[in-house]
Design a protein around this ligand. Structure first.
Ligand code: FAD
Length: 509
């Protein structure tokens, strides 16, 4: 792949004319895919071509190489690892992993399936949930075998462990209604390193494994278009290196693992307006939706495009969970101890993006913090309600109702557990702004290409597009809104990335 010459083997006219290419393919005008017949000579060839070096792409590469294929993995940015390397590295795993057993926790595949299928979004892909849960313990063993380090330490504290503990309740398992739907078990498996370094540690292990296996990995190479045979099979990709186009033939399959689209404002506006106003786009700069758009251009179906992770990370500290969260009608709408992805979802998707945390003296944030600004304070709930311009009497009425029952250890509306339930009493009272555009309110996308459990991409008739695979946030996988537990995304990326890589490697033409 020369950096100085355009050796793509395709005419300049074809490169500039997505419309002509699309017409020849029978896809919508303007769709950027190229018929293979127009590639006169390929710059190079491989068996499996993977775009994206995050958890999904690298897991696919390890699996494809392990299955004996020659693998080329390209990354558009100058560094490998994607959002996965920025992440906490939490993998949601259960059903009796080695670590759960070692630390004395009982779990079952059935409990995990019940949690994943009942505690969040409806009509999720049950085939993926079942397979993921059944093979979760083995998948954890695989991560260990790749060199991801875990410690035999558990923490009960809510939130990503900042010590080196490797097991915790990473989701909403203990909050109502989840705790009544499935027996809770800690399933957040985190690399055993202190601080927010789990993702980096996990990706270092996977990247080093891929290198050892002989995966050809190249940074600064951006996938730009799929190249398609006349019968609809994937032939390869056009890629861009230093502004030059090259064509790479993939004999067995192409895997799109380019992450989601949280950094593509126009796609967000079109597909996921609820996430558009969230204050912090959580991802790396490459999460522009390239893989999803390339897939759509060859007829792939995209699913759950408006779903995403919208996060209101009010804890730690846990004492604030004794406060209450209210909407612009002055009403509670959730158990405050819910996982912060569930709370964030409720605010972003169901409360027009506006909410406040109301605390008393004991439940206030202990020190200055800039994630959530204090926007009202006073010696009575009425003072707060007036400053927030809530409907007259509503907040006072709702706090009185909450207090009356909390004094008896009861929360008739949302069954907040007694760990956090007590009357709000003792000034000063404070209202902290949890609005999506004012608070520290990170978000990333979950919508993506429709894939089977083998990673094969499907069109809207449910038919497979031969030789095309997608994984991670380029696909619509396990994570959906509401996001019920940390670790479902990286868990999905690594598990179904492996499936895609395996299947692509075995796809003989
Ligand atoms: C701060 C933070 C903490 C998080 N913590 C967790 C957690 O603990 N657990 C969890 O499950 N989830 C977590 N997430 C979410 C999780 O990190 C992502 O959803 C997940 O890593 C996505 O992985 P991926 O492989 O699909 O994409 P990515 O890791 O983003 O990788 C995609 C790669 O593809 C590259 N790319 C894009 N376009 C092209 C192109 N055209 N050609 C070539 N390459 C391209 C990108 O540059 C990128 O490197 C967190 C996210 C953030 C930001």
């Amino acid at each position: 792949m020369s950096r100085n010459t355009d050796n793509s083997g395709i005419s300049r006219r074809d490169l500039l004319s997505g419309v002509g290419a699309a017409a020849a393919l029978g896809v919508a005008a303007g769709a950027a895919a190229l018929p293979a017949a127009r590639v006169t000579s390929w710059s190079e060839e491989t068996d499996v071509l993977i775009a994206g070096s995050g958890a999904a792409g690298v897991s696919a590469a390890i699996a494809a190489r392990g299955a004996g294929a020659r693998v080329l993995l390209i990354e558009s940015l100058s560094r490998f690892g994607g959002a996965s390397a920025m992440s906490g590295g939490v993998v949601y795993a259960g059903g009796g992993t080695a670590l759960q057993k070692k630390l004395g926790f009982e779990d079952s595949v059935e409990s995990m399936i019940a949690f994943l299928s009942l505690a969040g979004a409806r009509h999720l892909p049950l085939d993926k949930i079942q397979l993921y849960s059944e093979q979760s313990a083995a998948h954890f063993d695989w991560l260990v075998a790749q060199g991801v380090p875990y410690t035999e330490k558990f923490t009960r504290a809510k939130g990503l462990p900042m010590g080196n503990e490797s097991l915790y309740f990473s989701g909403t398992e203990l909050a109502w209604p989840a705790r009544d739907l499935a027996p809770p078990a800690p399933r957040g498996h985190v690399p055993g390193v202190a601080g927010m370094n789990g993702g980096r540690t996990l990706m270092q292990a996977l990247l080093s494994r891929a290198g050892d296996l002989g995966v050809d990995m190249r940074a600064g190479v951006a996938a730009s278009r799929l190249v398609v045979e006349s019968d609809g099979r994937m032939a390869g990709m056009l890629v861009t290196v230093d502004g030059q186009q090259h064509s790479i033939r993939a004999r067995r399959g192409v895997v799109l693992a380019c992450g989601g689209f949280i950094h593509n404002r126009e796609m967000l506006r079109r597909y996921a307006p609820e996430l558009y106003d969230c204050s912090v786009p959580w991802g790396n700069a490459g999460d522009q939706g390239d893989g999803i758009n390339m897939g759509i251009a060859v007829g792939a179906e995209a699913l759950r495009m408006h779903h995403g992770f919208a996060i209101a990370p009010v804890y730690p500290p846990e004492n604030v969970l004794s406060g209450i969260v209210v909407n612009s009608a002055g009403q509670r709408f959730i158990s405050e101890e819910s996982y912060h992805g569930v709370l964030g979802d409720a605010i972003a998707y169901h409360q027009q993006g506006r909410a406040w945390l109301i605390t008393d003296q004991r439940s206030a944030f202990p020190g200055p913090q800039d994630n959530f600004l204090a926007v009202a304070s006073g010696n009575s709930i009425g003072d707060i309600a007036g400053q927030l311009q809530l409907p007259r009497g509503a907040l006072q009425h709702n706090v009185a109702y909450y207090n009356r029952h909390a004094a008896n250890g009861d929360d008739p509306l949302f069954h907040k557990s007694r760990d956090y339930l007590r009357p709000l009493q003792g000034p000063p009272y404070t209202a902290w702004d949890l609005s999506v555009d004012q608070a520290f309110f990170p978000a990333h996308t979950f919508g993506g290409l429709h894939t089977g459990v083998d990673g094969r991409v499907r069109n809207s008739f449910g038919e497979e597009i031969p030789g095309l695979y997608a994984a991670g946030r380029t696909s619509a996988g396990l994570p959906a809104a509401p996001y019920i537990a940390s670790g479902l995304s990286v868990g999905d990326c690594t598990f179904f990335g492996r499936s895609a890589g395996r299947d692509a490697a075995g796809l003989k033409r």
